[in-house]
Ligand binder design. Sequence first.
Ligand SMILES: [Zn+2]
Length: 171
Amino acid sequence: MNLLALAVFMTVDEAAIDALKRAAAVCDPQFECGGVVRTVPGGFEASGLTTSNKPFGVDLELFYGPNVVADFHTHICSIHNRPFADFFSQADVLANQGLHTVGYMLSLCDWNIRRYDPSQDDRDDEEVDFHSGLVIYLTCGHIVGWVPPTSAGRLELTVARRRSRPITRPS
Ligand SMILES: [Zn+2]
């Protein structure tokens, strides 16, 4: 029996989306959290999750290697970053451009998973205006998935409760 079989996906999207769902379930929502997707025989596999224990930015360098094709991370949702949470930051975009990898990001504000591929997607395509008059441009990428804003623990409970009851036959 191959215990790793479950963790190997046919596409990069599936591996990254599965990993971000895991991140939503297990990571502390106060800190950014992420990892990478690597090519493995038969498909793609996500690394474990790491966090820098900081609200913004997570260092994925320790995961990077020749087989890495994508990275993924969460954006926390606090009052300080709410206007930016649904976009790839400048640093995110520069990292993916420099490393020639696809970026996946889960916003804990709108719970969408977005994908930014430097070879396909426009950069700095969204104008974000502030009350102060400041205007910055951020990168949208495009939405590839969604995570229900509930914990995985709660989902597991729902499944457990659906266990079939003993059948009682009418007499
Ligand atoms: Zn980011």
